[in-house]
Ligand binder design. Structure first.
Ligand code: ABC
Ligand code: CA
Length: 487
């Protein structure tokens, strides 16, 4: 599928090994062990209704190719990023028929399949690597000479030195060499067509020279979203010219900092957005917007304040770009006591403790934050349906202060705050330029409370709780059978 076909979608990110087992069993899975826990492609198929019920129409799965087997000092390759053979599949996740069946099952539900792919490195558990273990890059000359990245400000080192360390070196492919480039390009073309893949999440994009990417992307022939792990929009900007989309890491940094406590700074988040809008090829319209992923501490390890969590979770859905929810997110609001070792996961947060098995949750949908996600997905869908230029018009940020922010993306207006749920302080959002028809009646879809625009279409809201509000005109809701339909 094309970038335009992905733009109105929302993406559910899962770690294949940790999402669902094929027989519905819930084997023990201690994240600290860093071992395979038993999730498979068949397991994903068995829980597609769950993902669909949450309102997502695309699924991003872990890398699918064959990985290093056995143990390392960093555990096993359960996450799928330790490629050894690009021409075979990871048998721990299933067979070629299983992956084709997953693709077909998604397409039957009009959902898209996004596969994570790695071209920067092949991974070994010895130093120097035994290159003969790698397929098809079995020669030392297929790789850059060994040197580990120590200076992230030296772009040549970032591109041509190695990630990892001597225990688990990520041998850096020589992506300057024509034969390596043409092998990777023909591999991706075949992979996409063999499994009817709709889009790719591309790993370690900043570690490969920028002018490698256009050829790879055109060989893939589908939507591509790249990972450039960096805080600065100015660093990401050039990469927006070489692939369709990027994960919105700069906004993730300021989003997290803004909402992790009531002294965070929403102005800094707005500033990141303004910089990105000004410097990215398509502004912020094509970024992948996220609060959590498999590499970063769970948001809930930073705060347990339910208002802050709801505000931060709303962000990807109410602004520009393609919302992405990582499957760790909806664990929030579940009964903590039912998970062995759960407290550790909730306070530790980072890799590997952020990669809990979802089967411990029982896939229960009757939880406050699962409902929150369903409403956000539906609100976005209704907004897209109500305004044909919703996806192509940049969000405007108003009422920006350290503690309040209004995001206007007509007909949707989101009012966010980081005062938190302990606050009794009054919060005010004043948006005289909201652009609604005079006296338009709006509904906060999170509570179904009404707000009326003033006679010049502006919105002035006072609140004393720290909850976010997501406003839509009642006229945009009429098509809906579910949210706030009893008004
Ligand atoms: C393993 C162990 C971990 C251990 C780690 C060192 O090694 O499991 O316990 O802590 C896969 C696995 C990981 C595994 C790695 C390495 O392989 O998932 O569990 O970690 O063996 C992508 C994927 C990621 C994947 C790989 C490798 C790449 O999303 O899941 O990891 O295929 C760099 C890369 C980025 C990469 C990331 C893991 O490493 O750029 O593509 N992610 C700085 C650098 C970043 C760097 C980051 C590493 O450190 O600028 O380039 O990311 O943590 C800000 C600074 C930033 C700073 C961040 C962390 O903090 O401004 O500069 O980023 O404040
Ligand atoms: Ca490289």
């Amino acid at each position: 599928a094309t970038a335009a076909e992905w733009q109105n979608r929302t993406i559910y990110q899962l770690v294949t090994d940790r999402f669902a087992t094929p027989d519905g069993s819930g084997p023990p899975c201690d994240t600290g062990d860093r071992k395979y826990c038993g999730g498979t492609w068949k397991g994903i198929i068995s829980k597609l209704d769950y993902i669909h019920d949450l309102g997502f129409d695309a699924v991003w799965i872990s890398p699918v190719v064959a990985n290093l087997e056995g143990n390392t000092t960093d555990g096993q390759a359960y996450h799928g990023y330790w490629t050894q053979d690009i021409n075979s599949l990871n048998s721990k996740f299933g067979t070629a028929d299983d992956l084709k069946a997953l693709s077909a099952a998604l397409h039957n539900r009009s959902m898209y399949l996004m596969v994570d792919v790695v071209v920067n490195h092949m991974v070994s558990n010895s130093d120097p690597p035994d290159y003969s273990n790698f397929t098809p890059f079995s020669k030392e000359s297929n790789f850059h000479p060994e040197c580990f990245i120590t200076d992230y400000t030296n772009q040549t080192d970032v591109e041509q030195c190695w990630l990892g360390d001597k225990d688990v070196p990520l041998a850096d492919l020589n992506t300057e060499a024509d034969d390596v480039v043409s092998s990777l390009n023909s591999w991706i073309k075949g992979l996409v067509s063999d499994y009817a893949i709709d889009g790719l999440r591309i790993d370690t994009v900043k570690h490969v020279r920028k002018d490698f990417w256009p050829g790879f992307v055109s060989s893939a022939g589908v939507f591509t979203i790249g990972e450039v792990l960096h805080e600065e929009p100015s660093y990401l900007a050039p990469y927006t010219k070489v692939m369709d989309s990027l994960l919105d890491y700069p906004a993730w940094f300021t989003l997290t900092a803004a909402f992790k406590n009531n002294t965070g700074n929403l102005t800094a988040l707005a500033t990141t957005v303004w910089q990105s809008q000004a410097s990215y090829l398509s502004g912020e319209l094509m970024v992948g917007s996220f609060l959590e992923n498999h590499d970063q501490p769970r948001f809930q390890s930073l705060t347990q304040d339910s208002s802050l969590i709801k505000n931060a979770m709303a962000w990807p859905f109410v602004q520009d770009g393609i919302p992405i929810l990582s499957h760790s997110s909806e664990r929030i609001g579940a009964d903590h006591h039912s998970y062995p070792g759960q407290e550790q996961g909730y306070t530790g947060g980072g890799d590997p403790s952020n990669r809990e098995a979802l089967w411990y949750s029982g896939y229960i949908e009757d939880k406050p934050l699962v409902t929150h996600v369903k409403i956000l997905n539906e609100a976005r869908r209704l907004a897209i349906a109500a305004n044909t230029s919703f996806l192509t018009t940049a969000a405007l940020l108003y009422a920006v202060s350290e503690s309040t922010l209004a995001v206007s993306k007509p007909p949707l207006l989101a009012l966010l705050t980081n005062v938190g749920n302990i606050s009794t302080a009054a919060t005010t959002w004043n948006v005289p330029d909201a652009g609604y028809p005079a006296n338009e009646v709006l509904v906060d879809v999170l509570t179904c409370n009404k707000v009326t625009a003033d006679n010049s279409g502006g919105v002035l809201v006072h609140a004393t709780s720290g909850e976010p509000q997501v406003l839509l005109p009642t006229s945009a809701l009429s098509a809906s059978g579910s949210i706030c339909s009893n008004l």
